[in-house]
Write a protein that binds this ligand. Sequence first.
Ligand code: APR
Ligand code: PHB
Length: 397
Amino acid sequence: MTYKTQVGIIGAGPAGLLLSLLLHRQGIESVILEVQSRDAIEGTIKAGVLEHPTVELLKELGVGERMMKEGFEHHGIELAFGGKRHRIDLHELTGGKSIMVYPQHEVIKDLVGAVLANGTTIEFGVTEVSLHDVDGTQPTIRYKKDGAAGEVRCDFIGGCDGFHGPSRQAIPAAKRVEHLKVYPCGWFGILCEAPPSSDELIYAQSDRGFVLVSTRTPTIQRMYFQCDPTDNVNNWSEERIWAEFRARMANDDGWTLQEGPIFQKGIIAMRSFICETMQHGRLFLAGDSAHIVPPTGAKGLNLAAGDVVLLSKAIAGFYRHNAQAALDSYSTRAVQRVWRGEHFSWFMTSMLHDFEGEDTITRRFRRAQLDYVVNSRAAATSLAENYVGLPFEDMYA
Ligand code: APR
Ligand code: PHB
């Protein structure tokens, strides 16, 4: 199969699907290539927090209906430490903004439905995806599907294929500026059948390590505890998992976690990664292909959304007015918000996790920072403004 289109998009994650919808709204065609099956991308469990700007974007694109019905709008989060819970009132501190707890795979289902309804092709289950002539004006993407060769000829390539995809590698190594930090911990995530333990997410710091209490539905809960990244889920029985949660959540208020049968367990790595070079010729990276955050700031999907808003406008300007400046400056502009999200994710991670072998001064700094954030309106406002998400454009306007 040979496609001729305006934008060839690699990857049907949040970045690729949103890019296609944003372009379609501007009358620009795209074709999406995805290595996985539709069932696989719609079923993979990932994080679940949508920032205020992302919620507004999904509504604006006409894909927010189910989110508004089935998602949970939260006006605050809690920080737990030293045996006490402290509320950060996101809504009040940000002039009425909030976040939405709505799982990423549900977002994916809504986006795939909308992209296909636009008549846009998504080729699922492709293999051997490679990028060619990204330096020229007619780049191509080659792939195989069911053993047959395929090609997408386009004006631009959207490299939205996640951290492990081929797009970033198509930028010559000598031109790529990259930064990586690996944290010496992972997150052990579970899904369990239980009622919610709390009306809002709880980010808890303890001497045994971090805990996050999140939710999915009134009967399914999502929780995480900080673990050794090389640990194996089979080392953790249900009883051991609950004992660890209980020990880390010990408090003075007589409050306990709602426990129930665990039906999913997994360990995720914690990294900060930024490829500052988000473009090369006619290839533009967006989302996880260019940057990864540790999940503590709940920023992954939201940073991807910010990238594609800028990219779609730059591409639209090119077709409409032959404008080149917004395309040329895409990387520089996108990376500014990425660095903000990266710093916030590092800040939350450092404030809430304990790492082996740390000196006592680092531990006391952490407690001093937590005390500051829950007691100073200025510090709480800074956390809240970052958590609900800075605007996609003109971030500091
Ligand atoms: N060819 C085509 N598609 C590919 C290839 C390839 N060679 N390699 C990977 N992909 C697909 C993946 O299967 C996945 O569906 O690209 C998609 C990338 O999606 P994500 O990894 O979800 O990345 P992105 O769209 O940037 O979304 C941002 O935010 O919450 C975080 O990590 C989380 O996925 C989330 C991300
Ligand atoms: C989740 O619900 O999976 C979740 C919530 C908040 C985070 C990370 C993950 O910071």
